[in-house]
Design a protein around this ligand. Sequence first.
Ligand code: NI
Length: 186
Amino acid sequence: MAVRRIVLMGNESLRGVAAPVDDPTAPDIASLAKDMRDTLEEIDGVGLAAPQIEVAKRVVVYRVPKFRIPAGAKLQPIPWTVMVNPAIEPLSREKKPIWERCLSLPGLYGRVPRYVHVAISFQTMDGQRVEREARGYHAMLLQHECDHLDGYLYPMRMTDMDQLSFVSELVDDGDIFSYQADEFDG
Ligand code: NI
């Protein structure tokens, strides 16, 4: 088990465009994905992109555990998923603002417009090509993680910087803590 350090906003690793993986079945990709999962498990995280642990490769690991889904939401838990060379495509014109956090910006929350419906295509570590569609929270998560592969952090996608806050300063005014039930509609 190898828990890796997650680098923070400002680190050079988060700025570049990560390189495509030539061979998704290579042992170094399996080892990278294992470290990413170990790192997420250590902190009960949901998603991580390889540049966040200073590896400039197009690899994302994520899952949506049951405890992250609010009561009443339609989203089902998503098991551990490793995406190699993911490519995302919007299937809606509509974007909806959704509250996001990022492990590279600890303590912050921001409201980010995201496509509500996307298609994603990626390779597995067996070299299979997988195509899926995602909506709502799941679609947001995929856009957030794939953005890391191109050097984008969520504040760079925000259109209203007034909606960037420290979590510690937010009060439960019926917005931040109730948004999930409204927008976890994947
Ligand atoms: Ni992030």
